[in-house]
Design a protein. Structure first.
Length: 504
């Protein structure tokens, strides 16, 4: 399979074979051609060189609907939902149930959607608008839509990039059931632990080509990483050090009222501090309130929040993101495409967006100043782009994430809040982000980082705060933390079973 975009080869005679009842993992760095190949196989792209064979017969798909009719479904990495429609309407979009009068049978549609959500362990009313869901819940809706097709080939492009550990276990259980039914699964992931846990076959891609395809048992983690990046990856995980120094940030009894349940809270009485040169990790399962906590600190829930924020000994009032920026806070959000970037903007405009005062002269935007600011941060963060004028929508996920980081570093913050900073980026880009976090902390920043990946938290964080159901359930120093202890504290009911756990 070969595919070009404006003279650039995204696929260069790539090959892929998948079998019924097997999981074939496709791995490679961002830009390796994985998603392009999947879009060809699922009918999104029709202009390509090569052939597709399904059950031994050559097929062509004029559009995704035709691929679905042949039993091929895809769960895209970038969420492909209609925000103002309900969960059920999204699941059955284009395939709505009709009653005898030819009208949409909403009762049946909601009932069928509820059954699918129950299989995926998502306790949300199928009538709920997708726009009100968090990213992880939206990802589950995408998975439910693919399951509703009863497909014989299901392509999963980063299906666990934004879901909790519990939801990952549910998904893997479903994949096991689908395998037993003879469904072929194509599984794309940057998470090597998942690949080696679930794959029967591993196909490695690099620069649009298939490097190797082999059964999982004959490949090691090091083999796969070496083939992905074309070299040995030494010191992949960056071990950061911190001599805990002056306190920069302290939050006291932060609470956020639940918008739909009077008397309930998204976050309840959370208190912690962060020092200069320290990375403080926040871990919890989905619904634990981690993102809401960071958003509250950044002034996004001022009407429903209470508590105190102290910066370098001075209490500050933060009722908006502008207040937060002025106080020296910066937030890299969970969803970079919807919350962190304006996708049609250039790299330079994106970087200067939160610090226009640095690039404005006499009330007018200075292209020279903006270019200088962007150039400095692009070099510092190793952002790979054709130029500072290139639109961010054409960058890889890792480079887009670096642009978001650059935007906030341009504000010269005292405290950097990171919400899932490596979600949906490849191994090499992750390592670059890890090194950047280490450099920023070493330079004196206080960093508060939310991550759903336990190895990431254990590697980067000097201290770890665990949350469950909106409450703080444990605090660990890195040397005393383990995956078992952290997960135990993150499970619902952990606070009532033993009180707040502290280890320093």
């Amino acid at each position: 399979m070969s595919k070009c975009f404006g003279g650039v080869k995204a696929l260069d005679e790539a090959n892929l074979e998948v079998r019924a009842g097997h999981v074939t993992a496709v791995v490679g760095e961002n830009g390796a051609g994985k998603s392009t190949l999947m879009k060809v196989l699922s009918g999104v792209y029709q202009d390509y060189d090569g052939h597709i064979f399904l059950n031994g017969r050559k097929v062509t798909f004029a559009n995704p609907r035709q691929a679905q009719e042949h039993g091929v479904a895809i769960i895209h990495q970038e969420l492909n939902l209609i925000w103002n429609l309900s969960i059920a309407e999204n699941i059955f979009l284009g395939r709505e149930f009709l009653n005898l009068l030819g009208l949409i049978d909403f009762r049946r549609m909601f009932r069928e959607a509820a059954t699918l959500l129950q299989r995926l362990d998502l306790e949300v009313d199928p009538r709920t608008r997708v726009s009100t869901l968090r990213v992880g819940q939206q990802q589950v809706v995408e998975i439910a839509r693919a399951l509703a097709l009863n497909a014989r080939v299901i392509i999963m492009d980063e299906p666990t990039s934004a879901i909790s550990e519990r939801e990952v276990d549910v998904l893997f259980g479903l994949i096991g059931a689908l395998k037993r039914q003879g469904v072929a699964i194509v599984y794309i992931s940057h998470k090597m632990d998942e690949v080696f846990r679930i794959a029967d076959q591993i196909t490695v891609m690099r620069d649009g080509r298939t490097v190797k395809s082999a059964i999982r048992s004959v490949l090691s983690y090091e083999d796969v990483v070496r083939m992905m990046i074309g070299r040995d990856l030494k010191d992949f995980l960056v071990q950061t050090r911190s001599d805990r120094s002056a306190e920069v940030l302290r939050v006291e009894r932060i609470s956020v009222a639940h918008p739909d349940r009077p008397g309930d809270f998204l976050v309840k009485d959370v208190s912690f501090s962060a020092a200069r040169c320290e990375v403080l990790g926040l871990f919890g399962l989905m619904g634990a309130g981690r993102s809401e906590l960071l958003e509250t600190m950044f002034g996004l829930h001022a009407r429903t929040a209470s508590g105190k924020i102290v910066l370098e000994g001075q209490e500050v009032c933060i009722s908006s993101s502008a207040d937060a920026i002025a106080a020296g806070l910066a937030l890299v959000p969970e969803d970079r495409k919807r919350q962190g970037l304006v996708m049609d903007m250039s790299v330079a405009a994106s970087i200067s967006l939160a610090s226009l005062d640095r690039v404005v002269r006499l009330g007018f935007l200075s292209d020279r100043r903006e270019q200088a600011l962007a150039g400095d941060l692009m070099n510092r963060l190793s952002i790979r782009a054709a130029s500072h004028r290139q639109s961010v929508k054409y960058l890889s996920g890792g480079n887009q994430q670096k642009v978001v980081l650059a935007k906030w570093l341009a504000t010269r913050p005292r405290v950097l809040l990171l919400d899932e900073p490596t979600r949906g980026i490849d191994i090499n880009a992750k390592n670059q982000i890890y090194r950047l976090i280490h450099e920023l902390a070493s330079a004196g920043l206080a960093i508060v980082m939310v991550s759903s990946e336990l190895p990431e938290v254990l590697t980067l964080a000097h201290r770890i705060i665990v949350m469950s159901e909106g409450r703080q359930t444990a605090e660990f120093a890195r040397g005393q933390a383990s995956e078992e202890l952290i997960l135990r504290a993150a499970l619902p009911g952990s606070l009532s079973s033993g009180g707040l756990q502290t280890s320093t």
